[in-house]
Design a protein around this ligand. Sequence first.
Ligand code: LLP
Length: 420
Amino acid sequence: MTLKYLDDELTVNGFSLTEITNNYGTPLFVYDENEIRHQCRKYHQVLADSSLDYSVSYASKAFTSVQLIQLLKEENMKLDVVSQGELYTALKAGFNPEDIHFHGNNKTEEEIKYALDAGIGLIVVDALDEVTLIDENASESVNVLLRINPGVNVDTHEYIQTGQEDSKFGLSIHNGSAKAAIQNIIQSDHLIFKGVHYHLGSQLSTESPFINALEAVYGWLYEESIEIDILNMGGGYGVKYVEGDTRFPVEAAFNDIIERLKSLSETYQRPLPHVMIEPGRSIAAEAGTTIYEVGMIKDIPDISRYVSIDGGMSDHIRTPLYDAEYEVIPVKRTQNTPANAHVVGKLCESGDIIGKNLTLPGDLKRGDLLAVKTTGAYHYSMASNYNQMRKPAVVFVNDNGARTVIKRQTLDQLIENDIF
Ligand code: LLP
């Protein structure tokens, strides 16, 4: 994110965040559009340089909107969706259904029908009986990948680990279930087996789990005499939220991962597959910032200072849910002595915390603006209407200025499905 202070005023791409919030209100999600494009190009660059046949899909669960999807299309990205709603959004945005693949450990029959009707590019089979469900609903051939579980442990929050043996996702390569699913796919009337997919976990900072997975998967493919055209290595590439976090080193790590893939293909005498990856967080997270207005400030002498903002866990659930840490900075920088403060939301829960023991200007007052950095992924998409809070607006900022991408929810929208 090109967040920069100019004359003590925080700006994005040179535009003042005070002015942007004067126009669009708070809480506000502000995205640096250039940064999103830059991230897409980074993945394309490293994979194009490898001379592999490849595609980069964006995991739309991280954040989706019509304009984002249109931007991704311009950046030559493909798309990973995980629900009818994500697929609907992509189709409405005009995304080519053939460039979309459909994930999910429990796709409903309605979702499968919807995806088949749309002419989706690939369905990623995630369970044995899903083969039958797809086969019964398909009237022509449908390309599928199988989500396998390579049994690789990763170092990240328990809730976002997925590649370990004990998981609701995918079929194990160790207990015969992945092999059985492939046989079912091959014997089905409509499913065409194109290859395998795995996703090891999220917010990973090193290449080693990806290398371990490749080794496990190639050994298994060889032992079971399974041929693949496509290898989808999932997403999970970590970002930097706060000082001390290690951003996944995309260029260096992919060079190593691809080198290992090439050497394993050679060892096991396999042609190189089409490689798919599906980053979500690393495309959107660092491009996004949330701007809040400060309200009540409470000093409890000798204990703590609470700075309340006009949003909270309804638009920022990652701290309550995963103890995630964020950097919070003032939109107007002052020279005042810094003070320690907890920044909290306005929802009715003590766990509604943005950050504890943060350093903020001591003269912070009602009406000032605070920026919470790196909120572009899994914030808007995980927002809720808890306490009947309205979902914030989302704006994109490029070299020409800011524009609305998603409007703020209205009070009427909060009750639009209520029966009077
Ligand atoms: N592919 C699959 C199959 C996935 O399940 C995920 C994320 C991704 C790709 C994208 O992973 P990413 O590149 O964004 O790490 N709400 C959590 C994250 C859940 C991730 C779920 N799957 C959070 O806020 O940390």
